[in-house]
Ligand binder design. Structure first.
Ligand code: SAH
Ligand code: SF4
Ligand code: F3S
Length: 472
């Protein structure tokens, strides 16, 4: 058993991370014969992409995917720790699975992802959820075959969670969710240590993949017909800083654009590391999409300081306005309300920034104290009702601007990558514009995977409807 440790999770050294080449032993390749798996994923794109790796590893072990949890022989929850309600969802699900296991004792049940990297959660599992079979963390997905085999052999919980700075694991297999768009990790971990955030503890130190490995992956994706890639990291603008070779995010973006893949996106951008040369690259290459997610978190300088965000309202707005000069750009954000000590005045500062920026859309959250982070120890005497009221006011404003932004699209012709059958109408297809607007399109199924010109004839707050004009 290997338990996580908060103190160790915080450590940052100058050591260069190891690069490990994934491989799987022959012995493990038949472990899942005639068995099926089901994975439920919580949290961010990082986790979604990890799930794509985990699925492929399980398939190397001969497991096959089951679309229905109740029918699966192996159930795995890939968890998120970012806010308390993420925890509650996972424990609710674990309760359901326990019932299932009582009637089907042979099913294998596991947990992985950010939540199990937390000391208190791992303790809770060890003490109260001994009936689980496997628990592994974000640092050792590559060890899943061995951990699973061990649990099956010993018929007891195999819990292995490391609190380390982390390695770079290359050559992990991947079973991608989409045939047309793909995640490409460019960096792992985070060194920003915003005072409210658990991610630097659950994902280790910032470590960039080499540009050679990234560009190779993009070229392979392009060759196999992918239209869109999203460069992925908690803080992509800091790409390369840890490699110390003078090659940064703007270099990587332009090299990614030069591969000629039709669409290049990237998330998430921390305002701190956003450079002018990145803006130039986005303007220069038409295949770098004019869509930026630029988390604000708060519009109050006092709160930003307490959050450790290292920018001010003024410098944020200056950057925002520079980005806004990119033709046709859409900008979205993340905002936290009710950070410890947030006053009405601080909250009003946030509203002011929102009014100035008129975001295309935003994710908004009530502050959730995460054990072990500095903000969890700060005095917080704002009642929940007030925080909820602030969230409500903020959301109304965000929705208003989101709707206005969409209304600008009415009767316009925009490029949409058709990626799936529409959820609301099986006669329609759905996809996203270059600016990341969700569009439902009247189109035949053979247009799937194509970037088409769509005329928008109806707009709502969170989506639009349209019809194909002709192909690009
Ligand atoms: N790396 C990204 C954010 C990843 S987490 C960035 O720095 O922009 C996604 C969002 O969750 C954050 O932007 C923040 O708004 C929110 N979040 C993170 N920790 C939180 C907490 N403790 N309580 C409430 N919201 C939180
Ligand atoms: Fe969390 Fe801040 Fe890192 Fe984003 S940049 S993952 S909010 S610590
Ligand atoms: Fe959640 Fe971990 Fe992502 S905490 S938001 S799954 S990095």
């Amino acid at each position: 058993m290997q338990m996580p440790n908060l103190k160790e999770a915080k450590v940052r050294t100058q050591n260069t991370p190891r690069t490990i080449n994934y491989n799987i032993k022959e012995d493990y390749k038949s472990l899942g014969k005639n068995k099926t798996y089901f994975i439920k994923t919580y949290g961010c794109q990082m986790n979604e992409h990890d799930t794509e790796n985990i699925k492929a590893i399980l398939e190397q072990m001969s497991f096959r995917e089951s679309p229905i949890m109740e029918n699966a022989d192996l159930i795995l929850l890939n968890t998120c720790a970012i806010r308390e309600n993420a925890h509650n969802k996972v424990f609710g699900m674990i309760g359901r699975i326990k019932h299932l296991k009582e009637s089907k004792p042979n099913i294998i049940v596991g947990m992985c992802g950010c939540m199990v990297q937390e000391e208190i959660i791992a303790e809770e599992i060890k003490n109260k959820y001994k009936w689980l079979d496997i628990v592994f963390g974000t640092h050792n997905i590559n060890e899943l075959p061995r951990i699973l085999s061990q649990s099956l052999k010993e018929n007891k919980l195999a819990l292995e969670v490391y609190s380390i700075e982390g390695d770079i694991i290359e050559n992990m297999p991947v079973k991608r969710e989409s045939k047309y768009k793909a995640w490409v990790n460019i960096m792992y971990g985070c060194d920003k240590f915003c005072t409210y955030c658990i991610v630097p503890y659950t994902r280790g130190k910032q470590r960039s993949r080499t540009k050679e490995n990234i560009i190779k992956e993009i070229n392979e994706l392009k060759k196999s017909g992918y239209k869109e890639i999203t460069l992925l990291g908690q803080n992509v603008n800091a790409y390369g800083k840890d490699l110390g070779v003078g090659y940064d995010m703007s270099d990587l973006l332009s090299e990614a654009a030069k591969t000629g893949i039709e669409r290049v996106r990237f998330i998430t951008s921390h305002p701190w590391d956003f450079t002018d040369s990145m803006i130039e690259i986005i303007k220069k290459y038409p295949n770098v999409m004019p869509y930026i997610h630029l988390p604000l978190q708060s519009g109050s300088n006092r709160i930003l300081k307490l959050m450790g965000r290292r920018y001010t309202k003024e410098s944020y707005l200056e950057l925002f306005n520079k980005i806004k000069e990119i033709p046709n750009v859409a900008i979205t954000t993340d905002i936290i309300v009710g950070f410890p000590g947030e006053t009405e005045e601080d909250f009003n500062d946030t509203l002011e920034v929102v009014k100035a920026c008129k975001y295309d859309s935003a994710f908004t959250f009530i502050f959730s104290p995460r054990e072990g982070t500095p903000a969890a120890k700060m005095i917080d005497n704002t009642p929940l009702e007030i925080k909820e009221k602030r969230l409500y006011i903020l959301n109304n404003l965000i929705n208003k601007y989101a709707r206005e932004a969409n209304e600008n699209y009415l009767n316009k012709i925009v490029p949409v990558l058709l990626e799936n059958i529409s959820e609301k109408n099986s006669e329609m297809l759905m996809g996203y514009t270059d600016t990341m607007k969700l569009v439902n399109v009247k189109a035949p199924k053979d247009k799937l995977g194509q970037i088409v010109n769509v005329k928008i004839n109806e707009v709502k707050t969170w989506s639009m409807d349209g019809e194909i004009i002709d192909e690009i």
